[in-house]
Design a protein around this ligand. Structure first.
Ligand code: CTP
Ligand code: MG
Length: 229
């Protein structure tokens, strides 16, 4: 199928703090959003990208193409899912309903080509789509409000969800609209699909595909991006 990228970049970076939203902070000489877009558009299967921006965003560099492919932008929404839905609805009319859409965080700059390959293959083969992720490695504790340990949770079968997350354009749009209509806050695209009964495939990816959430993450991203193998 045709593959398009959707990049939500309308967040304010509240947990990171500071003046500049984190997607525009530089790492290894380029803004995080440029690393994210380049990783997607450099892939031969990806035809173009739709970026969701905050309504008042004055920092968007105004790219219209990267790696010779179209980069389009639209206005995002108040929650991540609103931004993704806005981007889906803004895709060109000639992107078919069964096109694969790869949703990838603007603040996730270290996506490896091999992971993207495996994700696209899995989502092409699997009707309910696929996401990158990795099994949980740490021991998990349930905490009481005062910060003491209540219990240790079994981690068997638990995964961390990364991006990209790959679904058919119409299926994802329907799932996000249904979640919104029900007033359910979905924190990733797979969660919206799961609500509708879909069982997306988990594709184990590299754990260095990190999302920059805090200043410590940016330091780690800097190290990873300047020591890429
Ligand atoms: N995002 C978006 N629209 C929103 C919220 C988030 O497009 N209303 C995007 C962010 O720009 C980011 C990705 O979704 O690329 C992942 O979200 P997150 O890491 O939570 O970023 P922020 O919401 O900006 O950060 P915070 O939650 O700390 O405010
Ligand atoms: Mg957020």
């Amino acid at each position: 199928p045709l593959v398009w990228a959707v990049v939500p970049a309308a967040g304010q970076g509240t947990r990171f703090g500071g003046e500049v939203p984190k997607q525009y902070l530089h790492s290894a000489g380029k803004p995080l959003i440029e690393h994210a877009l380049s990783a997607l558009l450099a892939h031969p299967r990806v035809a173009g990208a739709m970026v969701a921006l905050a309504a008042n965003d004055a920092r968007w560099p105004g790219w219209t193409s990267l790696h010779g492919k179209p980069v389009l932008c639209c206005v995002g929404g108040g929650e991540r899912a609103d931004s993704v839905l806005a981007a889906l609805e803004a895709l060109p009319a000639d992107v078919p309903a069964d096109a694969l859409v790869l949703v990838h965080d603007a603040a996730r700059p270290n996506l490896a080509t091999a992971d993207l390959d495996r994700l696209i293959d899995a989502a092409t083969a699997h009707p309910d789509g696929a996401i990158l992720g990795a099994p949980v490695r740490d021991t998990l504790k349930r905490a009481a409000v005062e910060g003491t340990i209540v219990t240790t949770e079994p981690r068997d079968g638990l995964w961390r969800a990364f991006t990209p997350q790959a679904f058919r354009r119409d299926a994802l749009g329907n799932a996000l609209r249904a979640a919104r209509a029900a007033g359910v806050l979905v924190t990733d695209e797979a969660m919206a699909m799961e609500r509708g009964g879909a069982r997306p495939r988990l594709v184990e990816g590299r754990e260095d595909n990190l999302k920059v959430t805090t200043p410590a993450d940016l330091a780690l991203a800097d190290y990873l991006l300047s020591h890429r193998t």
